[in-house]
Design a protein around this ligand. Sequence first.
Ligand code: R5P
Length: 283
Amino acid sequence: MIVPGSASQALSAALADETGRALATPEYHWFADGEERASVADYEGESAVVVATTDSNDAFVELLQLQDAVREAGASEVTTVLPYMGYARQDRAFEPGQPVSARAMAQAISTGTDRVVLVTPHEPDVAEFFDVPVDVLDASPLLAGALPTDLTDPLFLGPDESAEGLAVAVRDAYGAGETDFFEKERDYDTGEVTVTPSDASVADRDVVVVDDIIATGSTMSEAVAALHDRDPAAVYTACVHGMLAANARTKLAAAGVKRVLATDTIERECSTVSVAPLVADSL
Ligand code: R5P
């Protein structure tokens, strides 16, 4: 059975359709002290696929409970799909005394599963933190299918160097265009992001800015703002994980972004591209 975490209900339903597997209907109960109990009263079968984006601390706890609940209900094999893995960006101790949060989370998740499927982690090396086999999938090429088919002399742009590979993957899937990336600096005390545009000519071209995640929206809005006085034909913004935390959508709108293209690894209004076929192939 496919077993949805509460943050991955639409994706789980799509995955059940795609794979022909039954969909369990977990119940989530919150006690007065704030603790949660996620149960799977209707679970049956030997092979469970728990699908849970961990975009909050509560979602992490819920995932650990669902893994345990399906074992209690008789599953002898558990696969955990992490459409979006929270804490993956804290993959080293950047300052003395800091935790490697991604490793701590990966080890906890590993205790309840036989296998993990991870969609577009910030760095693929995060897979090494798990104690079970991990399939790393890249959903970025799927974003190409949501773009207009007649882009004008397209330029696929990473807002920082680490996103250049994603820009290349989307360009390759689109089948035409150039790629480039901006230089980015972030002040970790204030969260402020500064981007330095590249020399690429953008005038009269359609520009697609691609990143793995839009979280606070600072990176994407600064990148888009930096393009505006260089007269692009149109600017498209695309990401795998459309978290859009706090006032991100407003920041993007203020920078002139009309529409964000994103997948359903995090379920938001902009999640129009489903990763279900990709995950189904891996299962
Ligand atoms: C950083 O290297 C990531 O690839 C993203 O660019 C970043 O995490 C986006 O975060 P925000 O939307 O908060 O700027």
